[in-house]
Design a binder for this molecule. Structure first.
Ligand code: SER
Length: 388
């Protein structure tokens, strides 16, 4: 199954069970939302999870693009991407957690043909504020799926305050041997689908109160599922990365981890630009700037002459098309190239300033402040220039 077929199968499965498809929003949350980027499918639905009636009813399904910088250091491993798509379903005070897990099990095993013997679940084991999630546990026991009970790993919230609750995660075995161990002890168990029983709200003082309605919020990372269904252990090998894997290695010789990071950050930068963000020194623009600079730093580690001038239009067009964005690919490339030129000028200035006798020895905290405030050189760039 290619990624488009996976999306269709997912959406149709839930439409047949009374869900209405909502249009996934852009990466930018609505005005007034303090969060810079949408980090999960539930984010744009927060008001409805908190009680506002949704115009399309109580059962929803969608595909939402998300951006996570919390996992930035993990990009390059098999499972993490900066921008990814999340398939999601919601019960807004309608059906309960076990029903959601039961449908999830049915879709994975019958809809996608996954061998039930390769599944493992985790369930909230309870703590001093909330009891164990026995109904999810029973559901998995009925299906004969092994369960691991955890505490922190099975409590989901989108931030320090707001809607939250216990969750049950479904893992798929990716090892070459028959399944063994448990998800928290063996990373060959890869998490594919999270079902959150969202029925609490955390207040500013950290206490939990009932949300007033019983929701279920589920999220499934699309690229992760695609790669597993397509028989690959890495997200970078699923079909949405096909043009990247075909073109980039011929363009720039990079080790596997660097190749993944360059592809991930470039693709993410294209999507962020496509959603209207421009590089700047604050907020969203700064996230974009950091992605581009991080990518350029890795790209040029072995060859300082490498440049985004060589980036083929096909990759930008493919990405914009995949994320259903209308921006002209040449305009996206121009934003990237301008940022590259700007970064080049900054590095040049940095080299000149750091060559001064004052900065030859060990740098003190006040040196870092001076370099940042007077010359616009952030600490990571200074450290990078000094290590060259
Ligand atoms: N909100 C949960 C997550 O992001 C489930 O959708 O994992």
């Amino acid at each position: 199954m290619n990624t488009d077929q996976i999306v269709r199968t997912f959406v149709e499965y839930f439409e047949e069970r009374g869900h209405r498809q909502i249009t996934g929003s852009s990466l930018l949350p609505s005005p007034g939302d303090p969060v810079l980027f949408t980090t999960s499918g539930m984010h744009p639905l927060t008001p409805y999870l908190e009680g506002r009636p949704h115009p399309l009813g109580r059962r929803l399904v969608n595909v939402q693009r998300c951006l996570r910088t919390t996992d930035l250091d993990e990009v390059g491993d098999d499972t993490h991407l900066t921008v990814f798509e999340m398939l999601g379903t919601w019960s807004l005070d309608d059906y309960d957690g076990p029903q959601s897990l039961d449908w999830g099990y049915g879709l994975l095993t019958e809809g996608f043909g996954i061998d039930p013997g390769l599944l493992h679940a985790t369930v909230f084991g309870g703590d001093d504020r909330s009891g164990p999630d026995t109904t999810s546990l029973e559901l998995w026991q009925e299906h004969g799926v092994p369960v691991e009970l955890t505490v922190e790993d099975n409590w989901w919230s989108n931030g320090p305050t707001g809607p939250c609750g216990p969750d049950s995660e479904i893992f798929l075995w990716t090892g070459d041997t028959p399944p063994r161990s448990t998800p928290t002890n063996d990373d060959r168990w890869v998490e594919v689908w999270n079902h959150v029983m969202m029925r609490h709200r955390r207040l500013d003082d950290g206490s939990l109160v009932p949300l007033g309605q019983h929701n279920v919020d589920t999220g499934l990372g699309l690229e992760r599922l695609s790669s597993l269904l397509q028989g690959h252990s890495s997200v970078f090998e699923c079909d949405v990365f096909e043009p990247w894997r075909r073109i980039v290695p011929g363009l720039w010789l990079l080790d596997e981890r660097s190749l993944r990071l360059v592809c991930d950050h470039l693709r993410s930068a294209v999507v962020v630009i496509g959603d209207g963000v421009r590089p700047s020194n604050a907020g969203r623009g700064y996230v974009l700037r950091r992605l581009v600079r991080r990518m350029l730093t890795v790209l040029r580690r072995d060859d300082p002459w490498r440049s985004l001038v060589d980036l083929p239009d096909e990759l930008v067009v493919h990405t914009l098309h995949h994320f259903r964005q209308n921006m002209d690919s040449h305009a996206v490339r121009e934003v990237l190239l301008e940022e590259e030129r700007r970064f080049g000028r900054l590095l040049e200035r940095g080299r000149q300033v750091l060559a001064r006798p004052r900065f030859r020895g060990l740098l003190r905290e006040e040196d870092f402040h001076y370099l940042h405030d007077t010359h616009g050189l952030p600490r990571d760039i200074v450290l990078n220039l000094r290590s060259q």
